[in-house]
Design a binder for this molecule. Structure first.
Ligand code: URA
Length: 194
């Protein structure tokens, strides 16, 4: 099986006790979607439903993410590998602490090293801060391509939970901007799949 190395990393992650979040988690949330070498999305951290189910992006934000991907014909069942900056839920969904991110980093690094995705989507501020050295906010960075690990193309995008709080679809609104971004992502994805 391709990428079987990922299974070993997942097992190690499931037994991880490197930070305090191991005491409050129900499940580790290692990945979702399908392992592939084209498209990876890195989110923030598991929330309530993800912790319960051991699967990333299964709550309201995840449902919106599926819809956004679906708009350009992409699906988590066949096209994208989904993971998070950290693999255990922070209590009350607070931001991950620097020491939690540091303790968990090896799992994310391994996922990237094994898959070597050509496109990496950084979903929200926490993912951007983990993968890029920048002081710029997501609003400035979204929709632009940056060079990522292994010469990948990396794009910051809005987090779907931010879109859930901003209902407008008018030109220039967060939802409208996300629509521009997903179309650009699909354009580059199609070039890679030719
Ligand atoms: N938000 C994230 O960033 N990741 C998840 O897995 C769920 C919600």
């Amino acid at each position: 099986m391709p990428y079987e190395e990922l299974e070993d990393v997942k097992k190690k992650c499931e037994a991880c006790e490197k930070c305090g979040l191991c005491k409050t988690r129900t499940n580790t949330v290692f990945s979702g979607g399908v392992p592939n070498d084209k498209l990876m999305l890195i989110g923030e951290a598991p929330g309530f439903y993800e912790d319960k189910q051991g699967e990333p992006f299964v709550g309201k934000a995840g449902q919106l993410l599926d819809k956004i991907l679906g708009c350009v014909g992409l699906s988590r069942k066949k096209d994208i590998y989904i993971c998070n900056t950290i693999k255990c839920r922070p209590p009350e969904n607070r931001d991950p602490l620097p020491e939690e991110k540091a303790a968990c980093r090896e799992y994310l690094d391994k996922q990237i090293e094994i898959l070597k995705p050509r496109i990496i989507l950084l979903c929200g501020r926490v993912a951007v801060n983990s993968m890029m050295e920048t002081t710029q906010g997501i609003t400035k960075l979204r929709g632009k391509w940056f060079e990522g690990p292994n010469f990948s193309k990396m794009m910051p995008i809005f987090h779907p939970s931010y879109l859930l709080r901003n209902d407008s679809r008018e030109k220039g609104s967060p939802k409208w901007l996300m629509w521009q971004d997903i179309k650009e992502i699909k354009r580059v994805y199609d070039q890679l799949c030719k």
